[in-house]
Design a protein around this ligand. Structure first.
Ligand SMILES: O=c1ccn([C@@H]2O[C@H](COP(=O)(O)O)[C@@H](O)[C@H]2O)c(=O)[nH]1
Length: 275
């Protein structure tokens, strides 16, 4: 099953738009993991197993693994664990890749063959040829940065390019010209809900990855109101720190599960309110 079909069936089966972000920071791990030599993997595996029933997707951010010796092996094993234990939950590797075609071929092999991710985040700044090695893998998802969640998103993404802001041009080009295989998605920050609504109008029911709730201040109700599709889906609403560090004690996995469940329920109340 391709990425978009897998995501759509997960939205339906789990009745959840929550994407659980996996950004493991050893400085925030519970004391019980201090002597654990495989702590990156163990922490994330416990979070995955505890939160899977509430998740429409998992999003490991590659930097949190690659920053540590052995971290990439831990990421590889973690994604293999998701595929084995929770095969219905797609994995979006947050790597924000983008380079000339020959290098992009290697990045596509890294994301899809080495790590086995269902989808990867990409930076569209270098243009179509930099995306082609990913787009050609029609069974995998290509999720392009469009309007990011950070304050600096305004620096370049909102610049006027011939009558419209750059982020809208990006969305229009990807929806009209890059999505032949139907495997594209976009990253829109929860911190810019009105821009999210404009993009939903441009791209139809394309899946949108929405980081920026919780610690970054994005508002869940506004995200759902502006970003959901007519059938009340279309979104992967990501929370990383808000779920991972719900407790700093030995009950971290149970607390993460409760945070994911609470977010799913909040999102679903917002979905019901707009019907
Ligand atoms: O525009 C963007 C794109 C990606 N991210 C990533 O999402 C998570 C957010 O973490 P929180 O702890 O829920 O704030 C993190 O991995 C970022 O690298 C983003 O925040 N904004």
């Amino acid at each position: 099953m391709n990425f978009v079909d897998k995501l759509r069936s997960r939205w339906r089966e789990a009745d959840s738009l929550v994407c659980v972000g996996l950004d493991p920071d050893p400085a925030r791990f519970p004391e019980t993991l201090l002597d654990e030599p495989d702590a990156l993997f163990v922490f994330c595996r416990d979070i995955v197993d505890a939160t899977a029933e509430f998740a429409c997707a998992f999003k490991p951010q590659i930097a949190y693994f690659a920053a540590h010796n052995g971290g990439e092996q831990a990421l590889q094993r973690l994604i293999a664990h998701v595929a084995a234990a929770h095969p219905d939950v797609p994995v979006v590797l947050d790597a924000k890749r983008g380079d000339i075609g020959s290098t992009a071929e290697q990045y596509a092999a890294e994301a899809f063959d080495r790590f086995g991710a269902d989808a990867v985040t990409l930076n569209p700044y270098m243009g179509r040829d930099s995306a082609d090695p990913f787009l050609r893998r029609g069974d995998r998802g290509c999720i392009f940065l469009c309007h990011t969640s950070n304050p600096g998103a305004r620096d370049f993404q909102e610049l006027d390019v011939g009558g419209e802001p750059l982020y809208q041009r990006i969305a229009r080009a990807i929806a009209a010209d890059w999505n032949d295989a139907g495997n594209c998605g976009l990253v829109l920050g929860a911190t810019f809900p009105e821009e999210l609504g404009v993009i939903r109008g441009i791209v139809g029911d394309m899946p949108l990855l929405i980081p920026g709730i919780g610690a970054q201040g994005g508002d869940v109700e506004a995200v759902v109101r502006h970003g959901a599709t007519a059938d009340g889906t279309g979104l992967m609403i990501n929370s990383s720190r808000g779920i991972l560090y719900a407790s700093s004690g030995p009950d971290y996995a149970a607390a993460a599960a409760e945070a994911a469940r609470a977010l799913r329920d909040t999102v679903n109340l917002c979905r019901q309110a707009r019907r």
